[in-house]
Design a protein around this ligand. Structure first.
Ligand code: FMN
Length: 225
């Protein structure tokens, strides 16, 4: 697969088939992704790969936590600003409204939106969930490193015919993760990745997000006319 095709065909899949993903395939994706660069090659990521009963038990506890007392759970790092502003506000709206429109969920249907949000916590039915952590004793530069590692997982999955969804939604439930996994106190749960086979019949998987053109985010200097 050409690297452009792997990158362009990546999208956030939010409904997976139950088809299992064998451990050697997961290991291969992680081995490829670990070729991601990191400052001084410190490779600051750790991964907890969940499948089968371990995945099911973890998901059921996160769903329970998210359904009963969600405000008690907070992430250990700030992914989003407390107040949105342009141009990000509009992009965020278009993303959310676009997704809910493909699902036939009306903007004011809070119950259906909450139900869809909860689907995060079953990895959108994916048979494999990856939890990615960062050592909190490092500094903000390492967030770049883990970001590159994450994108490499998403792209390497495409070469195996698999799809993914990055999921910061799990960062809120690091206490639940700590009950299930041998995470040290040094680790911040940054993000999860749902990994599996796309359900091609699911309308939400047909939602393709927009991007700004390079001219909108780049100023070119010194190039030949
Ligand atoms: C670090 C990161 C965290 C994300 N967390 C979530 C999440 O918790 N739930 C979700 O449904 N999508 C999540 N997404 C997916 C984004 O909404 C998605 O990447 C964006 O809308 C662009 O769409 P695309 O991935 O289909 O190109 C996340 C993406 C990234 C990069």
């Amino acid at each position: 697969m050409h690297v452009d095709d792997a990158i362009r065909s990546r999208k956030s899949v939010r409904r997976f088939l139950p088809t299992p993903v064998p451990a050697p395939v997961v290991r291969h994706i992680l081995e490829v992704a670990a070729r991601a660069p990191s400052g001084n090659n410190v490779q600051p990521w750790r991964v907890y790969a969940l499948a089968g009963a371990a995945r099911d038990a973890f998901c059921s506890d996160v769903v329970a936590a998210a359904s009963t007392d969600p405000d008690r759970h907070q992430p250990e790092y700030a992914y989003y600003p407390t107040a949105w502003f342009e141009p990000y506000l509009e992009r965020r709206r278009r993303c959310g409204f676009g997704l809910y429109a493909t699902l036939g969920i009306a903007r004011d249907d809070k119950v259906a939106r909450a139900r869809q949000m909860l689907r995060n916590y079953t990895f959108f039915d994916a048979p494999v969930g990856l939890l990615v952590t960062l050592d909190r004793r490092l500094n903000t530069g390492s967030y770049m490193d883990v970001g590159m590692f994450l994108q490499s997982i998403l792209v390497a999955a495409r070469a195996q015919g698999l799809h993914t969804c990055a999921q910061a939604a799990f960062a809120w439930f690091h206490q639940v993760a700590r009950r299930h996994l041998p995470m040290t106190d040094h680790e911040i749960l940054l993000c999860a990745v749902a990994l599996g086979h796309e359900d091609p019949a699911a309308p939400e998987n047909a939602f393709i997000t927009e991007r700004a053109a390079p001219e909108d985010f780049t100023s070119f200097h010194g190039f030949a006319p």
